[in-house]
Write a protein that binds this ligand. Structure first.
Ligand code: 6PG
Length: 241
């Protein structure tokens, strides 16, 4: 489980952007397309802006890239909390990505219906093969959640590769999220984590006792794919060895 640790956030972002480019080129060469699930929250915004910048935008054949979201808040796409809005603003609009290459959650539906609709859309996209993303980007909360897999929620016990709706008391809202089995079908998973406030969570997930109920990101173990961590030094500070 390769660790990429850098002194600064900037260096970490460039390393992950290079990795993203590499995975995109690999997928497009092998299968004619690159299918990525974006993460939300605040950390990846800088990554998306970097990928859309003149330093990277010309390194990828963007018309061959298809964008999904690993999780979403149950809010309108115009809401400042929307992961879709963040990615649209930082990455998708600046790159002029065509609407039919962007698969956003239908958050106008009730949560359970939105989750079911997204599961159907994902399965139809990959049909007749199982849903296998080329890359799933993930963040990490300071409570060790990832995507919207929060501690002590029912979705942690999902055994099906699908999307589920889950009410998360901690954030007092419904979240829509890939289950761990769906994430674990990916060819590659990359965590982007920076800041000292995440150091304890990084240590718990990577080196703590196995307890997925407490540390849900421990569930992320791609069965036939790679898992990489892109960390700045403060986020890696508590790791032993
Ligand atoms: O929808 C979300 O918020 C993300 O999917 C979530 O899992 C995020 O990655 C972590 O909460 C870290 O968020 P920050 O990057 O904002 O610390």
């Amino acid at each position: 489980m390769p660790l990429h640790i850098h002194p600064t956030i900037e260096a970490t972002l460039h390393d992950l952007a290079d990795y993203f480019v590499g995975k995109a080129r690999e997928a497009i060469t092998a299968r004619g397309r690159f299918v990525v699930a974006l993460s939300g929250g605040s950390s990846p915004k800088k990554l998306y802006e970097l990928l859309a910048s003149s330093s990277y935008r010309d390194q990828i054949a963007w018309p061959e890239v298809y964008f999904f979201f690993g999780d979403e808040r149950n809010v309108p796409r115009t809401d400042p909390q929307s992961n879709y809005l963040m990615a649209k603003t930082a990455l998708l609009a600046p790159l002029g990505i065509a609407d039919d290459h962007i698969f956003a959650f239908r958050t106008e539906l009730a949560p359970t219906a939105a989750a079911a609709a997204y599961t159907t859309e994902i399965n139809a996209f990959f049909s007749p093969k199982p849903a296998r993303f080329d890359l799933v980007l993930l963040g990490l909360g300071d409570n060790s959640h990832t995507a919207s897999l929060f501690p002590h929620t029912e979705v942690l016990r999902a055994t099906t590769a699908e999307v589920q709706a889950v009410f998360v008391p901690e954030v007092d809202m419904y979240r829509l999220t890939f289950t761990a089995p769906l994430i674990n079908q990916a060819r590659a998973v990359a965590f982007l984590v920076f800041g000292a406030d995440k150091a304890a969570a990084v240590r718990r997930v990577r080196q703590g006792p196995r307890n997925a109920e407490e540390f849900p990101a421990q569930l992320i173990m791609p069965s036939a794919g790679e898992r990489r961590w892109f960390l700045d030094a403060p986020a890696a500070a508590d790791l032993a060895g």
